[in-house]
Design a protein around this ligand. Structure first.
Ligand code: AMP
Ligand code: MG
Length: 277
């Protein structure tokens, strides 16, 4: 099954997250059943990223947004592991610094866009400026409401520069989030992940869902689609994201460049060197 088509938020249509089941695993019954495809995706991602890097004419931008504990870090770990660190990078976006705040909201983002041959993953992104900013009234509505259009134009600019953009919303349930927070509290190795605001933010869950629905509805475009990934099951989340990345990178049709040197000439030198040795 083509998971990309299945989970894509269709451009121009409004999305209702309450109708999308975060427990969905579209026919896969268990992690065990998914293992073979997970392994295959890993191998394919290695090959595809190698080609992207070698070709060095296009790039890939992966945007991750989600509620806390939905698995952004897990996805990054899973997706990056098969890739060569020379050609990929993760960029996180925290609360804007005073300097960032003194600029337009895309200023800090644009400079981290991928260059030719590169894969860049955004752990949070310019979308925070229509999510947390909207939910917490960090800017007036007349400011943030104009940003959807600006974001679409910005992503169009990147796309016209041969950057493929895929955006994932990792969709967990409020109950699953609570379970994961509890694990963070109980497991000393995970304590560091807890932040002051985690439980307090749960009071804003519905407001966040409204903000995500608007964002995905307005900003899922042909050149930069949003995918809503059921993420209550970590293995399925990884399977879906890696499958969509494989599909996306395949469709980019990268080509290993022709050698820039005369191989016959070099072979002669190689033969001579072998004889001498
Ligand atoms: P984390 O990714 O969990 O380390 O947390 C980063 C925090 O920065 C989150 O609470 C985000 O909502 C917040 N953040 C990221 N971008 C912005 C932004 N543009 N405006 C306000 N808060 C932001
Ligand atoms: Mg956090």
């Amino acid at each position: 099954m083509k998971l990309a088509k299945f989970f894509e938020a269709k451009p121009g249509r409004s999305i209702n997250l309450r109708k999308i089941d975060p427990d969905d695993t579209v026919g896969f019954k268990s992690k065990k059943q998914a293992l073979a495809q997970l392994a295959e995706n890993k191998k394919l991602l290695t090959e595809l990223q190698y080609k992207l890097y070698a070709e060095s004419k296009q790039s890939l931008l992966v945007v991750l947004q989600a509620m806390d504990a939905a698995g952004k870090d897990g996805v990054i770990n899973h997706v990056m592991a098969p890739m060569n660190p020379q050609g990929c990078r993760v960029q996180g976006f925290k609360k804007p610094t005073p300097e960032e705040r003194a600029h337009d909201f895309l200023w800090r983002v644009h400079k981290h866009a991928p260059k030719d041959g590169e894969v860049v993953i955004f752990n949070r992104s310019h979308y925070e400026d229509v999510l947390v900013v909207r939910v917490h009234d960090l800017a007036p509505k007349k400011i943030w409401s104009k940003r959807y259009g600006m974001i679409n134009e910005f992503e169009k600019l990147l796309a016209s520069n041969n950057t493929r953009i895929v955006k994932f919303f990792l969709h967990i349930s409020k109950e699953e989030q609570l379970k994961r927070f509890k694990k963070r509290l109980d497991d000393p190795a995970k304590n560091w992940k807890i932040s002051d605001s985690d439980y307090a933010e749960r009071a804003y869950w519905d407001k966040y869902m409204d903000a995500f629905e608007d964002t995905i509805s307005k900003c899922s475009t042909k050149h930069a689609p949003w995918y809503v990934i059921p993420a209550n099951h970590k293995w399925f989340r990884n399977l879906a994201v890696s499958s969509i990345l494989v599909e996306t990178m395949r469709s980019m049709k990268m080509e290993i460049p022709e050698p820039s040197v005369d191989l016959d000439e070099i072979r002669k030198l190689a033969d001579a060197a072998a004889e001498e040795a």
